[in-house]
Design a protein around this ligand. Structure first.
Ligand SMILES: Cc1ncc(COP(=O)(O)O)c(C=O)c1O
Length: 382
């Protein structure tokens, strides 16, 4: 055991200290004005998020899972429909498809970006049709903060009459060839879970779209399906509003977000320069900018558990995202996979290791993490 102080995986305290009293003031303002539900900060946040990512309409909501699910409800996805989703993702991406009674078809990912493999997407569309299902949409995920390959995915979607619904819960604020995530796809959803690159102090999420009609339905669904008369609900909805207090927190965080994205990219570049001879470091394709929700290395030739244990003994936390792809999880194993299986997702699940990553990771702390890896990985070689 080392005597060095424990490192945070994501240091939210450092961010708090950086933002300082502005955050307390913003929260207290809400406490004092008392409009805790749909207060003025909610509309202000929606406008600023839309301007930030180039989306005409933004619907803030209670969490990222609701943001995904509410759109599927609005699009009237249901039994007999198939939605193409990656398997190597957080469970919410596929969960919401099952919520509405449709069938998630799990698609493989690419080994170097961890994002949806366009060839597997095409195979998945064939699989859906072979099973007699109607493929309606695809939900690419900007995994670990890196935008998915939207040019390729949009081309396939267009050829097959599918909409593209970007799950940018991990990637909001990233860029793909000049387009900002949130503004990419027919509609997009994000999460403001505290650990996300843009996170609040509880649960939160948002939907983005340029479609005015869809937005009307989403607004109604967010509040129990209400119509123009508040007490005449015109559809079955949810209670999926974002709290005013969380909107106030997000407004302060959004103000520092561009600088934080730069800082995250500096941290990632330093990790990659220091580790690329030792393990497989994440690749960022040309003209893409990641927001680095995670910095994830691959260890194909080392015992990952040993590496993680050696780091832990030195006070350095790591995480495995994701130890089980969705198609291997108990609740989802019954759903179809694209083509003949998802070999890349299966392989990555055994190789990935995410390292501490946040905008305030200082160089000395990062050097400690790198030095520990340089000892641990050679010692765990297979
Ligand atoms: C890819 C992805 N989709 C959806 C979600 C769901 O977001 P939330 O936790 O806010 O419901 C998350 C995060 O947790 C996520 O990482």
């Amino acid at each position: 055991m080392s005597n060095a102080p424990a490192i945070d995986f994501i240091d939210l305290k450092a961010q708090r200290n950086h933002i300082g009293a502005r955050m307390e003031d913003a929260i207290l303002k809400v406490v004092r004005h008392g409009k805790y539900i749909m207060g003025p900060e909610v509309a202000e946040l929606e406008a600023k998020l839309g301007a930030f990512c180039g989306s005409k309409y933004v619907l803030s909501c209670a969490n990222g899972t609701d943001a995904l699910g509410i759109v599927l409800m609005a699009k009237e996805v249901g039994p007999g429909d198939a939605i193409l989703v990656p398997s190597f993702t957080f469970a919410a991406t596929g969960e919401v498809v099952a919520w509405v009674g449709a069938t998630p078809i799990f698609v493989d990912c690419l080994p170097d970006t961890f994002n949806m493999d366009p060839a597997s997407l095409e195979a998945g569309i064939d699989t859906a049709r072979r099973l007699g299902l109607k493929p309606k949409g695809v939900i690419p995920v900007d995994l670990f903060g890196l935008p998915a390959d939207y040019d390729a995915i949009e081309k396939i979607a267009k050829a097959n009459d599918l909409w593209v619904f970007a799950d940018t819960a991990q990637g909001f604020g990233g860029t793909y060839k000049g387009r900002t995530t949130g503004g990419i796809g027919d509609f997009a959803a994000t999460s403001f879970f505290p650990a996300k690159p843009l996170g609040c102090y509880g649960d939160g999420g948002a939907v983005f779209t340029n479609d005015a009609k869809l937005m009307d339905v989403l607004r109604s669904l967010r509040v129990h399906g209400q119509g123009s008369d508040k007490y005449d609900n015109v559809r079955i909805g949810l209670n999926a509003r974002l709290d005013t207090m969380q909107a106030a927190v997000l407004l302060e965080k959004l103000a520092v977000f561009p600088a934080e994205i730069d800082a995250r990219n500096k941290v990632a570049a330093r990790y990659s320069a220091a580790l690329e001879d030792l393990c497989i470091v994440p690749r960022v394709p040309k003209d893409l900018v990641s927001v680095w929700a995670q910095y994830t290395i691959r260890l194909p030739n080392a015992d990952r558990d040993k590496v993680a244990a050696a780091l832990k003994a030195e006070g350095i936390p790591t995480m495995v995202y994701y130890v089980k792809p969705m198609h291997r999880q108990t609740a989802y194993a019954k759903y179809p996979v694209a083509g003949n299986g998802l070999p890349v997702s299966d392989r990555l699940a055994g190789e990935v290791l995410s390292l501490p990553m946040h905008a305030y990771l200082d160089e000395a702390t990062q050097d400690r993490i790198v030095a520990a890896l340089r000892r641990a990985i050679p010692a765990a070689r297979r």
